[in-house]
Design a protein around this ligand. Sequence first.
Ligand code: SF4
Length: 479
Amino acid sequence: MSVKPALPLKERMKHAIADETLIAAVKKTTDRLEGGKLSSSEALGNWEEWRKQGSRIRSHVVEHLDYYLGQLIENVKKRGGHVHIADSAKEAVDIFLRITREKNAKSVIKSKSMVSEEVHVNKALEDIGVEVIESDLGEYIIQLFGEAPSHIIVPAIHKNRYQIKDKFNEISGENLTEDTPTLTAFARRQLRKAFLQADIGVSGCNFAIAETGSIVMFTNEGNGRMVTTLPPVHVAFMGMERLIPSFEDLETFVNLLPRSATGQKITTYVSVINGARQEGDLDGAQEFHLIIVDNGRSKILGDEEFQEVLNCIRCGACLNVCPVYRHIGGHAYGDVYPGPIGAVLTPLLRDDMETWGDLPYASSLCGACTEACPVRIPLHDMLVRHRARYVKLGLAPKWEQMAFKAWSKTFARPGRYKLSMKAARLMVPFMARDGFIEKGPLNMMGWTHARHFPSPAKQSFREQWSKLSGELKGGGDHE
Ligand code: SF4
């Protein structure tokens, strides 16, 4: 089932562009993340070799996913964990609600998990009267605003400290200032109570290690450890592709993920969770459940044009460099995964080109996302492939289909091409001023609305060339 966004993509973009606070906040943080990524990847040296290695490991896993999933499930069970497979978002939620009811849980605390956002767990819990609290600071903030994350790594990227201060004061009746230590101290005070009273802790899973049955989480705030060790029950949500074969392979991703995500050499915490508490352990949940979510992923397997997108490690680097994301933020993409990865992944996961097939047009195809991707996913090629499918399905606007047919017919014949260029130049005096067209006709208006379009030269290159070569042959002056 595909959830339809309330507004079409163009309307969502218009709203985002009109929000100056959002644009400034997104730009400030993406600049910082991108700068950090460049210096930390340079410091590592051989960044391309690390990327190739990351890509090799991920491609290998995805190509042998059935084998590694089997190995993981076996090893989690050996350690006493419970494994659940969810084919759809609804199944994932149903499984989780069943666990919640069995445990008679009243309160759930979560650390960051994009998959749980994808299947909309929070809403389902609230509907049955279970309190659910996000413990990642960014997630906590947007939960108070009643919003969804707008970045994979920095969920509240679109908010500034003044907005956060106002929200904290609104819910607490306090009079906090906007400085970071004050705001984080407030969140910490609120969350401490929630950690202690929660019946279930929910986490995501950056990687699952098949050979050991371990769940690996990269976090900075320490909340991931609290969520997975304090409540009596720990439930981890995992996208079915988030596997690596062995502990040894983790080294590659310990280097690639934090550098690409936040520019850190390593995150403050790298937690490796080996199921529930064993005899002699000092801490840990008494019960561990792993919910492996398919929700459209197995359809991508075997699709030659898109299988590689399953290599994604959700670092968010492609968002930080994308000129479109930087101008509209994450909510305009309309679903849980924003930016270039969202534009590729959403139409595939939702399996609905009619609703989501215009997302791949939210790209300049500059290729910056592909360059930034630590596992070398050819994102901009995939965006073009999506567009080709969109056109083949007959979903492109009729005027566009006709325009491109006319364009290909014109440009396929030199005579027609020359004639069209002559006709365009004849129009220039009516439209151009000082070498630029300020108000273009028809679809050109979209461009000239925001910037001037350079007017075509009075003479084409071919005309200039034949004139010049005639002058040269005739012995004209030249320096
Ligand atoms: S596509 Fe690449 S850059 Fe984008 S989130 Fe995934 S791994 Fe990171």
